[in-house]
Design a protein around this ligand. Structure first.
Ligand SMILES: [Zn+2]
Length: 142
């Protein structure tokens, strides 16, 4: 007897602490030696692979990460999975850039809306209505 698995796009939020300070969303699941959140992802239903949680959320909320690009934490907090704190950069930029706080406030309203929608999603038992609300709040980032 197999029951349908809750997709990662819904399970993910149960592992996030939205009250991480500085607007950070801290990953509360598995953490790598370097401090990055890690999450198991089912690949096309065949195998399961371990990926960095911040890369997963970046692709979920913002879009595919081009080959060779790195995801920089603007907040310098490796365990943070707030898409607003993440930016795709070349490895060179990632090394030389100064990390200013200026970008953090830009889309604050959107990430508050996502946090609220994700909480509602979980507390409602993943109702269709709250799922749509989450999808709509994610679109505010686009
Ligand atoms: Zn952060």
């Amino acid at each position: 007897m197999s029951r349908p698995r809750t997709p990662l796009s819904e399970r993910f939020w149960t592992r996030v602490d939205f009250e991480g300070g500085n607007g950070c969303w801290l990953w509360t699941g598995r953490i790598s030696e370097k401090g990055y959140g890690r999450v198991w992802v089912r690949d096309e239903g065949t195998k399961t692979i371990l990926v960095r949680a911040h890369r997963w959320i970046y692709e979920f909320c913002i879009g595919p990460i081009s080959e060779g690009m790195q995801i920089d934490h603007l907040c310098c907090t490796p365990a943070c999975v707030n898409p607003d704190h993440l930016e795709a950069v070349t490895p060179r930029e990632n090394t030389i850039r100064g990390r200013g706080p200026g970008l953090l406030r830009q889309r604050q309203r959107a990430h508050i809306a996502i946090a609220d929608a994700a909480r509602t999603l979980i507390s409602s038992g993943y109702s269709a209505k709250s799922r749509r609300a989450l999808e709509n709040s994610v679109k505010m980032l686009l």
